[in-house]
Ligand binder design. Sequence first.
Ligand code: RNT
Ligand code: ZN
Length: 420
Amino acid sequence: MPLSDIERNYEEAKKLYGAHGIDVDQALSRLEQIKISVHCWQGDDVRGFLNRDQELTGGISVTGSYPGAARTPEELRTDLEKAFSLIPGKHKVNLHAIYADTDEKVELDRLEPKHFRKWVDWAKEQGLGLDFNPTCFSHEKSKDGFTLSHPDPEIRRFWIDHCRVSRKIGAYFGEQLGQTCVTNVWVPDGFKDIPVDRMGPRQRLKASLDEVFAEPLNPKHNLDAVESKLFGLGSEAYVVGSHEFYMGYGLRNDKLICLDAGHFHPTEVISNKLSSLALFASGILLHVSRPMRWDSDHVVILDDELLDIGRELVRHDLLGITHIGLDFFDASINRVAAWVIGTRNTIKALLRAMLEPVEALKKAELGGDYTTRLALTEEFKSYPFGAVWDYYCAKKGVPVRETWIAEVKQYEKEVLLQRG
Ligand code: RNT
Ligand code: ZN
C-alpha cells in the first residue's frame, strides 16, 4: 500500500477517534514505550543448548515437526532478528537457563554470567532487553516430577542452587543492558494422582524459595517473579505451586506474581485478575499464551481474552507495574511466523485498548446507563483501528499488514529449509 494512502487513512481515522476525545498520536507515543518480552523457546521447541539430548519434561509439550528449528544460539539469534524486523517497536528477549551459549560442559547449578556473555553482546548490539528463567525441567534430577519441593534434600539443594545462580545471571543482564531483567521461577512439581500429604511439598517449596531469594539484589537490575499453575501433564491431581501458594508467597515477600493465561481453570481468565492483584502486589508478570481446552500454549491470536488483557492494562494504568511476556510454542507452523503473529497481536491488543472511549464508557456505567455502555462498546468494534495500526507499522519501518508473510517465506526458503 502506498505511504500516501496509509497517511490519508490515518488522518481520517484520527478525526473519527478525535471526535470522541481520543488522542491517537499520544496513544502511539505511549505504545512505543511498551516492551514485550519475546520468549526464545518458540524458536526451537523448548530444547535449548545445554543437555540437548534430554527429552522435554515437566508436563510441557510441543507438537509438530515443521522444518527449520534453530539448532545453535547463532541460528536462534538470527531467527529472532528476522522476527524483530517484522514487529514494530523495541522489545526484550526472554531466555531460559538451558539457552546458555558456551562450549563448556556446565551443570545448571554452576551456571555463571559468562555463559550468557554472547547473548548480552548481541542484545546490546540489537538494542534489546533480556529476561531470564531457571530451567527446572528436562533434566535427570527432575525426572520424577519434583525439584524445589523434592523430598530428597540433595536434589532440592541442586535446584535451589540453580535458581540462585539464575538470579545472578538476571542481575548481570539488568546491569549490563541498563534495563531491569525479570527472572521468573516456575517449577513443574506435582502429583499425577491424589496425594496424601498436600502440605509437606508446599512447606518444602516455601523453604526452598526462601533460600533462593535470600540474597538481596538490586531491584534496578533484577526482579524476581513466581509462576503458578493449576494442573499439568503428569501433575493432574496436584501442583505444589498453585495460584494460592504463589499469590501468598509473592504478596508476603514482595515478588512479582506471574499469571500465565493457560494456568487456570478453562473458564477462568487472567484479565479479570489484574485489577485485584494490582491493588496488593508490587508487580505483575504476564505469560500471554492461548490455552485451547487445556494449557496447550497455542500461538496468541487477537481474541477476546487478549483484548481484555490489553483493556485492563490500559484502562487501569497498570503498564508501569506489569511486565508482559509471551509463552507459547507451536512446532506445526513456521516458528518465526509464530513469534511475529503472537507479538504483533499483543501489541495490537494494547493499541486497540488505547483507542477506546473509556471516559464516556465509564460515565455511562457510573450513571447506570448500561444501554449506552453496550451500544458504544459495540459500535467501536468497527472503528478504523486498522488504519492506525498500519500507520504505526509504517512509521516504525516494519511491513504493513500481511506483507510480512512473504518475507518469512523467503527467509524460510533461504535459511530455515537449508538446515538439515
Ligand atoms: C509451564 C510454564 C512455563 C514454561 C516456560 C518454558 O507451564 O508456563 O512458563 O512454559 O518456562
Ligand atoms: Zn508460563
